[in-house]
Structures are given as structure tokens and as C-alpha cells.
Design a protein around this ligand. Structure first.
Ligand code: SAM
Length: 325
């Protein structure tokens, strides 16, 4: 049965590729956010890969990047010049339970393992499971930006009992990871009602509803300061949110930004440093994606006096003072 907010239509991207390139192409598809890949042996030396994406994701852009990537690999795998890609739409209703077999647990960082609810897990010591219903919202753990944020959160949460704001929570994956890694309070916000449904569902499944509050809205509506603020959104939103994100950080707090391509990383870094209240800590990369981490300075320079947080009142999110998700 379909869950509320769950993807109803999928795009299957099917490619015939030389055997030897299968790992590189699979990694590319994972970075692009596929939620499952099936690998089928074809003729001698060839493989068919079938990757599944929620249909609402733009097919045109994905195919362009895929051809460009295949072209960049041709020196290593000359047969890739004959790569054949086919796509088709699949309605989940007609797919029975078959789709589930493509979603397997994946180790996304040293500590975090993301798994669909139906997998039985054998965890290593120190491994933290995050159970996500696949395909309901962005954030299955396979996308490079989610992985980079999870790695940055792992670092930021080495000190326990932190408070965390997750802006653009999607499936809730970062908020859930933060709670499971020892944060004492997490606020997860998103402007998309479908994502909020998915996040609430996942928060309950992971048994962290006592620490994670999921709320509708954007960063301007939050009333508190946090030890850690994470925002995996997109370049334009991150530029727009610079001041509110900064304001919601406690002095000494950590800001994690992703959803940006490498080619835009320097400009965004510079743009945030213009605030003069942040120190750059680390930049990490995976594929063409970047993640920036900053620390908020303890003393605030006079040129940027602290801006008052909104007082509770009209438009404020009642939830950020009490209540559960
Ligand atoms: C790239 S997804 C990230 C999901 C998840 N946090 C992850 O890291 O995998 C970005 C999410 O940000 C949400 N979003 C976009 N603009 C926003 C805004 N102004 N305020 C809050 N959320 C926003 C989208 O609805 C989407 O769910």
C-alpha cells in the first residue's frame, strides 16, 4: 500500500555499459540521487544497469549530465561511446512489492547507515542506523550533498547534548541523524508539505520524536539560537538565508551549508565571510558537490551588531518553545 506522500511515479533509467565501467557509472547515479540500482549481466563484457528516480526529478538534466559523464570516461572505457540509455515511467501501483528489492541499507558515513524499514540490519559497533522510507522526499542518504552534511554533522556533534536546526529537512534524514548522534534538541523545518509528512513519519519510525520537532516554515520563523545549524538547500536559497542562518547560531556555533556545486563554492564562502562573524572551518567535496563548514566567532564585531531574533507573536512558530512533532 502507498504511504501518504510516497512517490507514485518512478523513472527507470536503463543503460547498457561495459562491465568495467559499472562501478564508476553506479557511483555517478548514486551521487545523482538514485534510490536504487539493479545490475544485470548482459552479453559478454557488458552490463545493464537500471536506476530508479522519483519521476518528479528532472529527467532532461540528469540525462545530459549522464552523457557528459560517460563522455569524460571514454579515455578509460572507449566502448562507452556506444552507451545506450533508455528511460520509462513506472507507476508504483503496478510494481507490487518488487520495487523494494532495489533499496538496500547503505553505509553513508563511518557511523551512519541508512536503511529502508524492511531490511534486517546487522550493525557494527558504533554504527547508527537511520531508517528512511525511500522515495517520499529528498534525503535517502544516497545524494552527495546529504552524505557531506552527515559527515560534517558527525564532526560537529562530537560534543554531546547540542541543539541543532535543520533547514530544508526533506525526509528528515539530517535531523534524525543529529538526534541519534546525541543532540538533545533538533528543530527540522521545510516549506514542502510532502517533505514534512515524510519527515514526521521517519522521525516516528526512528523513535526520536522526543528530540526532533518537525515544523512547516523557513528559517525566518524560528525563534531560537542553536549550537549547530545545517542547511542543504541550493545556492540561491543559501544566499538569501545568509543573515537568518547566522542569527540562529549561538556564538561559537557551527554552520554547515551544502547543496552547492564546486564551481560556486568560493563565491558563497566569500559571501558568508563578508558578514565578518564567521570563521571558515572546513570544505569537503564529493563529485561535483561541496559542503562548507563555519564557526561563529565568540565576539561579535561592532560593524555587525547582533540583530534581535523575532519576538514570539504573529507568524512565529509556536512549536519552537514547546510541544512535540
Ligand atoms: C536538497 S533537499 C535536502 C533534504 C535533506 N536535508 C538532505 O540533506 O538530504 C532541500 C529541502 O529544502 C526544502 N526547502 C527549499 N527551500 C526552503 C526554504 N526556504 N526553507 C525551508 N526549506 C526549504 C525543500 O523543500 C527540500 O525538502
Amino acid at each position: 500500500m502507498l504511504r501518504k506522500g510516497q512517490v507514485r511515479e518512478w523513472t527507470e533509467v536503463s543503460l547498457l555499459i561495459p562491465d568495467s565501467s559499472a562501478e564508476a557509472i553506479s557511483n555517478f547515479l548514486i551521487d545523482e540521487g538514485t534510490t536504487g540500482i539493479e545490475e544485470i549481466d548482459a552479453d559478454q563484457g557488458w552490463k545493464r544497469l537500471k536506476a530508479y528516480f522519483p519521476a518528479k526529478e528532472r529527467k532532461g538534466g540528469l540525462l545530459r549530465r549522464l552523457y557528459r559523464y560517460a563522455k569524460s570516461l571514454r579515455d578509460l572505457y572507449p566502448e562507452l561511446c556506444r552507451v545506450q540509455v533508455e528511460t520509462r515511467s513506472l507507476a508504483q501501483e503496478n510494481w507490487g512489492e518488487n520495487w523494494k528489492r532495489f533499496f538496500k541499507p547503505i553505509e553513508v558515513t563511518r557511523h551512519f547507515l541508512v536503511s529502508p524499514p524492511w531490511s534486517s540490519l546487522r550493525l557494527r559497533k558504533g554504527q547508527i542506523p537511520i531508517i528512511i522510507h525511500p522515495g517520499m522526499a529528498f534525503g535517502t542518504g544516497t545524494h552527495a550533498t546529504t552524505k557531506l552534511c552527515l559527515q560534517a554533522l558527525e564532526e560537529a556533534l562530537k560534543r554531546k547534548k547540542r541543539t541543532v536546526l535543520d533547514v530544508g529537512t526533506g525526509s528528515g534524514i539530517l535531523a534524525i541523524a543529529a538526534a541519534k548522534a546525541g543532540a538533545r534538541e533538533v528543530v527540522a523545518i521545510d516549506v514542502d508539505p510532502v517533505a514534512l509528512n515524510a519527515a514526521r513519519d521517519n522521525v516516528r519510525t526512528n523513535d526520536v520524536a522526543d528530540r526532533v520537532r518537525v515544523r512547516m516554515g523557513s528559517v525566518g520563523k524560528v525563534l531560537k539560537e542553536f549550537d549547530v545549524v545545517v542547511a542543504n538547500i541550493d545556492l540561491k536559497s543559501l544566499r538569501r538565508m545568509r543573515r537568518p542562518l547566522f542569527r540562529h547560531l549561538k556564538p561559537g556555533g557551527i554552520l554547515i551549508l551544502s547543496g552547492i556545486l564546486r564551481r560556486n563554492e568560493k563565491d558563497l564562502l566569500q559571501f558568508y565571510l563578508e558578514l565578518e562573524g564567521l570563521t571558515p572551518m572546513k570544505t569537503t567535496w564529493e563529485g561535483e558537490w561541496s559542503c562548507l563548514t563555519f564557526r561563529k566567532k565568540l565576539e561579535r564585531p561592532n560593524r555587525n551588531p547582533p540583530v534581535a531574533l523575532r519576538s514570539p507573536g504573529e507568524g512565529a512558530l509556536e512549536a519552537f518553545s514547546s510541544g512535540s512533532s
